[in-house]
Design a protein around this ligand. Structure first.
Ligand code: MN
Length: 203
């Protein structure tokens, strides 16, 4: 069963001007689609062909770097689209309490997420994640993922240049401030926390 490109959970104009329809046309329509196509091509005719994307990631990690990169990037992008919302969203009481405990306040968390994203060298991902009842900010480099890490990812931000270059050029801090300030999907984060198990890529 081939993996599919997850539809955007909003119109392609919904995140503008933070993330334009033009960026989404390339980032979702080209970059994410290519990761999906390459992952599908790599598993076609193998015993991984009927596995979930999460199972493919586990099987490929440390064993097949090319497949791992494409499978993990497919997962990360599906998770990233859901980590943003067009409308303002609200964190659950449970999530707010855990954020206050771990970071002091939601505003402090937002500042730290932006700092980690700005400081992340080259391409990668910045995550808000939960493990053992505690929240933390995690970073993964290049195509690496938290999908099979033992963390429960709550939100992710793509800090590859292709995520922001058309809209913000080299100004990664401007992209991060705008996404973190206005577009993060706190309802999605709350759902992930409440479920208590890692999000599954849609079949
Ligand atoms: Mn990307």
């Amino acid at each position: 069963m081939a993996f599919k490109l997850t539809p955007l959970p909003y119109a392609d104009t919904a995140l503008a001007p933070v993330i334009s329809a033009e960026t989404l046309s390339f980032h979702h329509g080209k970059h994410h689609q290519t990761y999906i196509d390459k992952a599908n091509a790599a598993i076609e005719g193998t015993d991984l062909a009927d596995k979930s994307l999460e199972e493919v990631i586990v099987a490929a990690r440390g064993a097949n770097q090319g497949l791992f990169n494409n499978a993990a990037q497919s997962w990360n992008h599906g998770f990233y689209w859901h980590s943003m919302a067009a409308e303002s969203t609200t964190a659950s009481d449970e999530l707010v309490a855990m954020i206050n405990n771990a970071f002091g306040s939601v505003d402090e968390l937002k500042t730290k997420l932006a700092d980690r994203g700005v400081g992340h060298f080259a391409s990668g991902w910045v995550w808000l994640a939960e493990k053992g009842g505690k929240l933390s900010i995690e970073e993964t480099h290049d195509g690496d993922t938290l999908a099979d890490s033992g963390f429960n990812p709550l939100l992710v931000i793509d800090v590859w240049e292709h995520a922001y270059y058309l809209d913000h050029q080299n100004k990664r801090p401007a992209y991060l401030d705008a996404v973190i300030g206005t577009k993060l999907n706190w309802a999605f984060a709350s759902e992930n926390l409440a479920r208590g198990t890692t999000w599954s890529y849609p079949a």
